[in-house]
Design a protein around this ligand. Structure first.
Ligand code: NAD
Length: 499
């Protein structure tokens, strides 16, 4: 059995049965059967069936938020706004947009070949069985959106939640079980990733993985054996850059939320804060004051801003990284230790200042309530520092000069750059989500997310009478055709280009 422990109180939430590895073949067989039935339904009919989850979820807003809170350690209100609301909003968005994105048969212009009565069409087919492997930090919102996109596109899904959040995984299964879709279209498997992961990668048609970069690399390596497609949503080390003309009041509040929400266990958390030297001291003084006002506590109690971290191992890792930061020369301005007032996994909101870009705490993901702060003096310097990192998930630029902000944004190597915002674009269902470098491959959400769960099918139709010009025999007539082709090719040379 896999136990679910409340990380704030250390109470047992419940248990689920680990999936027997020997049953995986049958699970995949059932998944393939269900997918074949499902894919025969028109896109619109599939979307109409899936949107029913919104009704099911809306009847259990509080129950689901509380369950997330008890498994992850975040306040239920935060679980609602950042996860449950997001699921309903994104499912609605996919419901209204999927036909426009995947439902049209698009004709592709063929130029010269059209004169030979040839036409081409592009349409999108489901991939088959998609395996969604989820992380612990947003155990409801992240896999749910990927499941919805996969299903609407005509696939079946086998879902593996994190072993830390099995009850939320079970809840997702329950929600899909309660709508009218073919049996086994969505199946959830439970187990340690290192035990069950390889079999999932070997048998699936596509892996939608969200988790750490090290696990993502293992999955990609395994997937190379079968050429299984992968979308990898991995780690991050998001930077917030604050220029002197920024709205400092709003930026400080944004930084506090961006760093500490979900105890900093967010792929897109503000993890590096780059402050211009003109505002370094004033900004930091305000941020420290606001951070000290945060209420850390049992997340289900009223007024709590920050709850617990997921488990002892992650908490110890965070503590080890903070100590490394101090050894490297960074200064703890607040926090810097496990919160001694609780037996659960609480780490105090921590700010490490006077950091330099080469420090391990600046370069590596800590994944806890820890911010590192750095100083910069010029645009080029800060762009170089921000880009000099293995991760490229999100970043944000704070300035009132939007044109200038956009100029800086275009120089930054991350999947998303926000101007005057932090973290939240995961909530925007129509916009692409994904990173560069070690933050991953591919995109989820929106149009690009749908394209990750289908295969393009190109259909070419020929109504030309007689043989094509380029077919054998290569006789004298053929030489005339070759000359004609040369003339056509010359007409395709573009002249008088302004460089
Ligand atoms: P993790 O890599 O430890 O686990 C993620 C999932 O992978 C779990 O379900 C786990 O059981 C499974 N797994 C582990 N080994 C596996 C294997 N060999 N084969 C297949 N599956 C395997 O990640 P985590 O600790 O749950 O999540 C935190 C990490 O996820 C952080 O690095 C964070 O930045 C990242 N994350 C990224 C995004 C994003 O959208 N880019 C979102 C959330 C979290």
């Amino acid at each position: 059995m896999i136990e679910s422990i409340n990380p704030a109180t250390l109470e047992l939430n419940g248990k689920v049965k680990e999936t027997d590895l020997e049953k995986l073949d049958k699970i995949f067989e059932n998944s393939r059967k269900a997918q074949k039935i499902w894919a025969k339904l028109p896109l619109k009919a599939r979307a109409r069936k899936i949107i029913k989850v919104n009704e099911v979820v809306s009847q259990q807003f509080d129950e689901i938020s509380l369950l997330i809170s008890k498994e992850v350690g975040k306040p239920p209100s935060e679980a609602f706004t950042n996860e449950v609301y997001g699921v309903v909003d994104s499912t609605f968005h996919y419901y209204i947009s999927v036909e426009e994105i995947l439902g049209k048969v698009e004709e592709i212009p063929l130029g010269f070949y059209e004169s030979l009565d040839k036409r081409s069409f592009l349409l999108y087919k489901p991939l088959g069985v998609i395996c969604v492997i989820g992380p612990y930090n947003y155990p409801f919102a992240i896999p749910f959106q990927q499941i919805v996109q996969s299903l609407m596109a005509g696939n079946s899904v086998i879902f593996k939640p994190s072993s830390d959040t099995v009850l939320v995984g079970q809840k997702i299964q329950e929600i899909f079980d309660s709508i009218n879709i073919p049996e086994n279209l969505v199946q959830t498997v439970f187990g340690d990733g290192s035990k069950i992961g390889n079999s999932l990668v070997d048998k699936a048609d596509k892996i939608l993985f969200t988790g750490s970069t090290s696990t993502g690399k293992k999955i990609m390596q395994r997937a190379a054996q079968t050429l299984t497609e992968v979308t990898l949503e991995l780690g991050g080390k998001s930077a917030m850059i604050v220029f002197p003309d920024a709205d400092i009041e709003r930026a400080v509040l944004a930084a506090r939320w961006g760093v500490f929400t979900n105890s900093g266990q967010v792929c897109a958390s503000v993890k590096r804060l780059y402050l211009h030297s003109d505002i370094y001291d004033t900004f930091l003084t305000k941020l420290i004051q606001l951070t000290k006002e945060l209420k850390q506590g049992i997340p289900t109690e009223p007024g709590v801003d920050i709850g617990a971290m997921i488990n002892e191992e992650q908490l110890n890792f965070v503590d080890k990284m903070v100590k490394i930061g101090v050894d490297e020369g960074a200064k703890i301005l607040t926090g810097g230790q496990r919160n001694p007032n609780f037996k659960g996994y609480f780490y105090e909101p921590t700010i490490l200042a006077d950091a330099t870009n080469d420090m391990k705490v600046v370069q590596e993901e800590i994944f806890g309530p820890v911010l590192v702060v750095l100083k910069f003096t010029s645009d080029t310097e800060v762009i170089e520092m921000v880009n000099n990192n293995q991760y490229g998930l999100t970043s944000c630029v704070w300035t009132k000069d939007i044109k200038f902000g956009q100029k800086i944004a275009e120089e930054i190597d991350t999947g998303t750059v926000m101007i005057n915002e932090v973290v939240y674009t995961f909530a925007l269902a129509p916009t692409p989500w994904g990173g560069t470098k070690n933050s991953g491959i591919g995109r989820s959400h929106g149009k690009l997310g749908f394209y990750e769960v289908v295969r393009p099918l190109h259909i070419n139709i020929d109504q030309y009478k007689g043989p094509d010009l380029w077919w054998i025999p290569y006789d004298n007539d053929y030489q005339v055709i070759v000359e004609n082709f040369k003339n056509i090719a010359k007409s395709l040379v573009v002249q008088d280009l302004d460089d």
